[in-house]
Each structure stands twice: as C-alpha cells, then as structure tokens.
Design a protein around this ligand. Structure first.
Ligand code: FAD
Ligand code: SIN
Length: 537
C-alpha cells in the first residue's frame, strides 16, 4: 500500500537518509556524519520546524548532586504504569547524562543558578529537581538552535527543506533502500523524486494533529508512523496519547496548535483550582499538582465534566519573577489578554505526545530491515503507558545517537529499488477537520467502546472520500487517517484503563492487560494486531 503520487522524476543517493529535523533527526545526522557516512537530511518545512523548538520545560537527566540514573528510572517506571520496557529505560537514564553533555559540547546553553551550576527544576512525576532548561521556558528553541547550527557547519550533511517523505522504497529482498519524497524546490530536485540509501531513519516527530486541539505544530501529522506502517513495520502502544493537562484555554472553538503552560510552572509552585477556586489535586495523589501527567489530566477532565465549565484555573500568581523565569508563557498569556502575575490562567488538557509509535529495538531498528525510527515517532518502550515529563528530548538525544552507532557498524551494501506494484490511495484533504473533531470527541482523554465505535464509523465514512489530486494536504490527511484508525483500533482492543488510556467502561487497571497492542498493515491495507509481553515487544 502506498500514497498516490506521480512517478519519481529525479534520483539522489546518500549512505543514509534521515527524515525530520527535530532533536532526534538532527542528533542522528550529526552522529552519522561523525563516522564518515554521507547523510541526506530531508525535512517537510523549514529545518527548525517541528515540536522540538516548542519544548518548554526542559530535558530530564540525573545530573544534580545526589541524583542517580536509578532514581530517574524509578520515576520513569512509575509514570509508565507497568508498560515500560525496562532495558529501554535503563538505556535512557544511564546514557542520558552523557547525551546531554554532548549536546552542551555542541553549543547548547542551559540556564545557570546563582552559584553558576546548571539550574535544575522539577516537573510532574519527578521526585527530584532534574530538569535542565534554557531561556527560562524556551528549552526546545535552544536545543534546536544549537543542533541546527552544528548541522549547518558540517558540509557533509546535505539538507533538503520543504521535502515531504512519502513512502519507503524496497529492494527485491524486501529490505528498505530509500524513500520517495515530494520537494518544493528549484532546479533539478523539484516535485516527486527518490533518494536511494543504504539505511533510512524516520524522525518525523509526533501526531498531535490527529486531534482538534493540540500543543503540536502543524507539521506533526504522524507521517513517519504512517510511512512505516505502509512499509510493513509494526507499531505499538499507539492508544497511549498523552494529553497535557495545562494548555491555555482560549475558547471552545479554538482549533490546531494551542499555547502550552509548562508543567514547570507547577514545578515552581503554581496551583490548580476548580471553578469554585478550590485546589482539587490534594488528596488525589501524594504529589498533588505534580502527579504524573495522565493523573492530572484525568482529574481536570472530571472537574470540567462535573462543573460544565470547559476549563479549570492555574494560579501562578505566587511565582516570583514569573516574567523572567517563563518569558514565552508570559508573552503568550499576555497576547491572550491574561496577566499571569495577577490573574488566574484558564487551562484544559489537549493532545500533546504519542507515547507509542513505530516499534523499535534498543538500536532504533524497526521490524523492517534497514528501516530505523527515533524520537517521538518511535516506540522504544521507554515511556510505557505515559511518558514522564521532559523524557522526550532526552530520548531523541540518546536513541538518535544509538541509531547512528548501529548503522555505522552494520551498514549494508547498496540495493536497487524494485517497482512498488501495491495499491495506492489518497484521501481528500477536506476529511481533516471532521477527523480531528471525531477523534477529540470519541478517542480523547476519556474513551469507551461506544465512543470509539462512533469514531470508527465516522472514520470509515471519511475513508471513502478519495481524491486523484496528489498534494501536500492530501498526503497529510491520508496519513492522519491511517493513524486515527490505528489509535482507535488499539484503544478499542485495550479493555482497561492504564496511564494515558482511560476507558470509562473499564475504569480499572487489569494485570491481564500488562502487555502491548502491536499492529501491522498488509500490502492491501488490511490491519492485523496481536499482544506482546512487556519487555518482549
Ligand atoms: P520533531 O521535533 O517534531 O521533529 C519532526 C521533524 O520531522 C520536523 O522537522 C518535521 O518537519 C519533520 N517531518 C514531519 N513529517 C515529515 C515528512 N513527511 N517528511 C519530512 N519531514 C517530516 N519534551 C521534553 O522532553 N521536554 C519538554 O519541555 C517538552 N515540551 C514540549 C512542549 C510542546 C509545546 C510540545 C509540542 C512538545 C514538548 N515536548 C517536550 C515533546 C518534545 O518536544 C517532542 O516529543 C520532541 O521534540 C520530538 O522530537 P522529534 O525529533 O522526534 O520530532
Ligand atoms: C512541559 O513543559 O510541560 C512539557 C514537558 C514535556 O512534554 O515533557
């Protein structure tokens, strides 16, 4: 199965093609270059577009006095609600500090305390201050700036912007040997072309745009997960969509990317209040407002449902020097008519992060030879049923680098692609909004068999709205459609509540479901799924 597109009109070659220029793709590209391979980095929009530059709170790493990877591991496992792959967590927390040092050596500047040490803050689910931040609440912008500068300095990494990867190319033996892509360019590389490569790394980020309100930018349409599915790769844990509890609520009709109010604001003492002005997290969890994200989002949802008010309040008025510590958030509140130093901030949950994705091993290799995935696109198993705050940038750094090591040591010979004779499909871009609304309505913070089946029937209708006119919006809508199907199918299968998957009809966590839902798509577009044991998947 492939996306409908015209025949490739041009061909390029590189040892490795990296798709996506967030923290994961940039790290993989830099590390691959360090071992002498030629790298082509293709990215859908401008090089700095993606979730990475929006990251606020920071990067979690056991760097503070008295902190250890073991303690970071404990907090990660608790947040992951029994579904973390322990080996992946071990890799994340033990290789994390070195990966952060490497990032610093590449030029990233983190905020310092008055004594000149790197300042560490706290976020939900962490029992220690272990979050490095930059520019107050502009960590992602600094990480992106430093990595993009390093890539631009390396003449061995070729970058193509405005290049949307479509589908994988396969060799006669079934191995992946490149990608097709559409470039808005000049000269010979314009329109649909292909890159032949000895390994392909998917680092296309998240899929927040599957929902009508999200913290994710417009490029986060899950293209890489959809590409991997069409290439025959397995995906896992996609029902675990993390809803960030504190996203600025503007009005009920707000759609697309919404401003985030970082968890670090609660880390610095902000409190959640209901419509009566009462704190509601106390007594719900020992860490109250700093409970893991899924628990806070769930309690906010309950408060909103009970009161009929479409948001709760965040009281940050007690934070000293708010404007200096959180300049981005201060300015987005002000531009929405709220002064967070003197007024309560209306907040509600919105889709934020995909804890699942393309199933990979500890080296980032998918179930298809020569196809790798890292960053938010991948499911390493490090996040289980709910990612711990600030573990995502860290995962991009750690696994982006591991992929580079693995490719360097296992790079295969050049293979030539064979013609892909599978069915092609393309959906009308007009399906995007109804799809997002149906997903938010029926597969959001809380789901049930009834709501999920209603969503599935909307999706099935939308799936009949084909088009013969290939263009970016149609490719993205078709990818969103595949992902929505995958999420709803997984969420229907999992008959329990766990982490960020909350079923109103199965409110308890069940030991029978301490396993992963793994899905695949065959060449005719038929889904199949099976369960895999934790640590085996
Ligand atoms: P991204 O940074 O999203 O990059 C994906 C790249 O792929 C982009 O360059 C995109 O243009 C490109 N792309 C997409 N599709 C295609 C295609 N078809 N072809 C070619 N290119 C494509 N995490 C933390 O750890 N700490 C935080 O403080 C934090 N705060 C966050 C705040 C916000 C508002 C958001 C949205 C997320 C936050 N996260 C945070 C999560 C974290 O930012 C992301 O999970 C992480 O940056 C993902 O990195 P990535 O490299 O996987 O993807
Ligand atoms: C935040 O700053 O609240 C987001 C942190 C994250 O997603 O890890």
């Amino acid at each position: 199965m492939k996306l409908l597109a015209s025949q490739p009109g041009w061909t390029s070659r590189a040892d490795v093609v990296v798709i996506g220029s967030g923290v994961a793709g940039l790290t993989a590209a830099l590390n691959l270059r360090a071992s002498g391979l030629s790298v082509l980095l293709v990215t859908k929009a401008r090089i700095d577009e993606g979730s990475t530059k929006w990251a606020q709170g920071g990067i979690a790493a056991a760097l503070g006095p008295g902190d250890t990877p073991e303690q970071h591991k404990k907090d990660t496992l608790v947040a992951g609600a029994g579904l973390c792959k322990e080996q992946a967590v071990d890799v994340l927390v033990s290789e994390g500090p070195e990966a952060v040092r490497k990032l610093i050596s590449r030029g990233a500047l983190f905020d310092k305390s008055e004594s000149g040490e790197i300042a560490l803050t706290r976020e939900g689910g962490h029992l220690r201050n272990r979050i490095l931040h930059a520019g107050g609440d502009a960590t992602g912008a600094e990480v992106s700036r430093a990595l993009v500068a390093a890539v631009h300095e390396d003449s061995g990494i070729e970058v193509i912007e405005h290049a949307l990867a479509l589908d994988a190319l396969h060799a006669a033996n079934g191995e992946v040997c490149g990608v097709t892509l559409h470039v808005i360019g000049v000269g010979s590389r314009d329109g649909v072309g292909r890159v032949i490569a000895r390994a392909v790394v998917i680092a296309t980020g998240g899929l927040g745009q599957v929902y009508s309100q999200t913290t994710n930018p417009s490029v986060s349409t899950g293209d890489g997960v959809a590409l991997a599915l069409r290439a025959g790769a397995k995906v896992a844990d996609v029902e675990f969509i993390q809803f960030h509890p504190t996203v600025l609520w503007r009005d009920s009709s707000a759609a697309g990317q919404q401003p985030l109010i970082s968890e670090a604001v609660r880390g610095e003492g902000a409190l959640l209040l209901n419509h009566r002005g009462e704190r509601f997290m106390v007594g719900k969890h020992p860490q109250a407002e700093l409970a893991p994200r899924d628990i806070v989002a769930k309690e906010i949802f309950i408060q909103m449902k009970e009161s009929g008010v479409p948001h709760v309040w965040l009281d940050a008025t007690g934070i000293k020097d708010f404007q200096e510590r959180f300049p981005t958030i201060y300015s987005s509140c002000k531009s929405n008519g709220i002064d967070p130093t003197s007024q309560l901030i209306p907040v509600a949950p919105a889709s934020h992060y995909a804890s699942g994705g393309v199933l990979v091993d500890l080296n980032g290799l998918t179930s298809v030879p020569r196809l790798y995935a890292c960053g938010e696109t991948a499911c390493t198993g490090a996040h289980g049923a709910n990612r711990l705050a600030s573990n995502s940038l860290l995962e991009g750094l750690v696994f982006g680098s591991r992929i580079a090591d693995h490719i360097t040591n296992h790079i295969g010979p050049w293979l030539e692609p064979v013609e892909d004779l599978s069915e092609s499909f393309l959906l009308n871009p007009a399906i995007e909004l109804p799809l997002q609304l149906a997903m938010s309505q029926g597969a959001g913070v809380m789901r049930s068999e009834i709501s999920l089946n209603e969503t599935l029937s909307v999706l099935n209708q939308l799936g009949t709205r084909a088009t013969n006119e290939p263009r970016i919006e149609a490719w993205e809508a078709s990818n969103l459609y595949l992902l929505a199907q995958a999420i709803v199918r997984s969420a229907l299968a999992r008959k329990e509540s766990r982490g960020s998957h909350w079923r109103s009809d199965f409110p308890e966590t069940s030991p029978d479901w301490q396993c992963h839902v793994v899905q695949e798509l065959d060449s005719e577009g038929n889904w199949s799924s099976h369960l895999e044991e934790v640590n085996d998947a």
